[in-house]
Design a protein around this ligand. Sequence first.
Ligand SMILES: [Zn+2]
Ligand SMILES: [Zn+2]
Length: 258
Amino acid sequence: MGYYDQHMHTHFSPDSAESFENYLEETDGILVTTEHLDFHDAYNGGVDTVLDYAAYSEKIDTLNAVHDGRIRRGIEVGYTPESHTQIESYLEGKAFDVILLSVHQNGLYDYLQPIIDEMDPKAVMKEYFELCTKAVRQVDGANVFAHFDYGIRRLPVTADDLREFEPELKELLKEILAKEMALELNTRSMYEYKNADLYRYMIGLYLEMGGTRFSLGSDAHSIKKYRYHFNDAIALLREFGVTGLTQFKDRIAYTEPI
Ligand SMILES: [Zn+2]
Ligand SMILES: [Zn+2]
């Protein structure tokens, strides 16, 4: 089994305390971590969450020397229109194997903050999906579009509600296809936030539009969620006739069979 978890965090992200060493004990195979980059991070009191690239790289180099080079470098870029230029200058000249692109916030609040509960779900959905489309359009060089449902994790959204936003979702998928990015199946979204039905709908839409690239990620912040419900997500992809997952080394895509 060559495919691995393509969305994980360690203590190099402010919301995780997990170590590389603990993840290494979970597998003999390849590992990648995708640490947070969120400028003006609403979830973190408005401060900039910036990955210490030098320390991160040094840690990986040290571990790779004794672990057969099993660790790859990754980052999860959180987009806001205001931070676009800061994101670009941060990424300049840094080597990552995979870059995830996410929308976590709208510049004022993170979509996982309680304020969302007081809002009109349809208005949140519209704003969120439009922001996602803008993110993919503006940011060049990202490989995976992460958790398309992050903005609606707190909301009681059904697949029928999502269907009302089919034009917006098609716009988003069109941009993802144009940038040759992979669509992430975020297994914590699917099985912890119980959005598997939303993913089922999105997978169908993406395939219908000619999409072929799927990335599987738990979004683990500790080893407890490493490869979270991967068997269920793989079974769902097989149901749709999908036969492989897209992974990235030096930001070059390749396919691992499932
Ligand atoms: Zn995220
Ligand atoms: Zn994440």
